[in-house]
Design a protein around this ligand. Sequence first.
Ligand code: FAD
Ligand code: NAI
Length: 468
Amino acid sequence: MADHSYDYDVLIIGAGPGGYVAAIRAAQLGLKTACVESRATLGGTCLNVGCIPSKALLHGSELFDEAAGGHFATWGITATPTLDLGKMMAEKTKAVGELTGGIEFLFKKNKVTWLKGHAAFEDAHTVNVGGEKVTAKDIVIATGSSVTPLPGVTVDNAGKRIVDSTGALELDEVPEHLVVIGGGVIGLELGSVWRRLGAKVTVVEFLDQLLPGLDGDVRKEAGKIFKKQGMNMMLGHKVTGAKVDGKTVTLTIEKAAGGDEQTLEASHVLVAIGRRPNTEGLALDKAGLTVNARGQVEIDHDFRTAVPNIWGIGDVVPGPMLAHKAEDEGIAVAENIAGLTGIVNHDVIPNVVYTAPEIAGVGITEEQAKERGLSVNIGKFPMMANSRAKANRDTDGFVKVIADAETDRVLGVWIIASLAGSMIAEACVAMEFGATSEDIAYTCHAHPTHAEALKEAAMAVTGKPIHM
Ligand code: FAD
Ligand code: NAI
């Protein structure tokens, strides 16, 4: 029931996957809902400059790579592809436009009011949007995140020499030599895009391994595969400075522990060392809120901040910075505000890196099992022994299932395989239902499919895969 002492029942700040989903769900539940967004289009980082444009370019560039020397040649198909980069970029922009426009349509359909402008708190129930005061009974902070800057390496997306992920999605030429600072998800996805289109790519990563946070075996295998694909890796190194001179960027690089300074010349540099929460200009203090040491808005299990009518979801709160995590939190927070019970199982949030092969995981890593003193059984199955992968000639990778040694309950699944991003969904459903490895092993899987590798890895937990 609307509370007429406020302009809205719920006001959501930010229209990314967290905010727009929360807004639609709140409206579906009968709440008078507004969503403030300062960007010219809805959909946040994900739809405008994140998940969607990066996946569009990953798809387009993979087609080019396959034709230029990938699987086309394996299958006796001769092609000499030429690249119209402008057309590829236009197709990406078209996909983004269709999806952001789709959210605008959904807002209208569900009667969510889009307040255009930047929101700043005046008090716990009032925000200022472009000089207008707007009040709401409940307010959700869904302001997302932006690129972490690297001191000494100034990003200038307009200049197109030192760029962040947004700039790397908009280059108007294929770099001669792209140096990627940060061997995380963005570095490897966007590094792959430009490598496939013809760039020499060097990844400078502070740690001794790529992709922190993923299972150790997967990180090692990924490193080997990216090297085989032609990416140069400088692990255990950090960039300390960058100088642009015309079309050349000169980077100074040191060992992670310090010392051993060297220089590296690049035509383009991508800074991808992580993202940080967006709270600047929000005037959180006026609402009685502070941020934690990592700049995040702290919340409780129900997504409520320290101020009872203010809630937080998505990249701005603790947890992995992933679109589907933000979306699920958006649904749950709206349900909690409406007096229902909104829950997200943070133990089952999949993580996918959309390179070729794809890399995916859910649940705990083998290293986390050790840190927690858990006794586990592990089953591994190589894609080399999977009949469909073999038939398709795409045998890189493996599936790894981590199960509790006593109960056999599946605690984690890690996959490197061409279809890992789709295969992980089965592991998520199984884990959500508390499956044992035996449950997966005795589930009939269609033959021949890549998914059979998950079944076999589950069988391997008890030492009994058939095809190995
Ligand atoms: P955001 O999407 O960041 O949205 C927040 C919105 O709030 C923004 O539009 C911002 O303009 C607005 N805003 C902020 N402050 C204010 C204010 N004061 N007033 C008004 N509006 C405000 N995740 C995946 O799961 N899969 C992927 O494949 C993937 N690919 C990615 C690729 C790239 C290159 C990048 C950069 C990110 C990618 N991510 C991916 C991460 C994903 O984009 C984020 O996790 C997700 O967008 C977070 O959603 P959010 O709603 O919390 O915030
Ligand atoms: P990241 O945290 O994944 O990786 C950053 C990397 O940079 C780390 O490996 C880190 O060790 C390294 N690093 C940090 N400082 C460095 C320095 N000075 N020199 C060299 N290396 C340094 O962050 P990234 O790639 O920027 O992505 C940000 C977030 O966006 C991701 O964590 C993820 O949450 C999200 N994202 C998700 C995607 C997906 O789900 N497919 C795709 C892209 C982004």
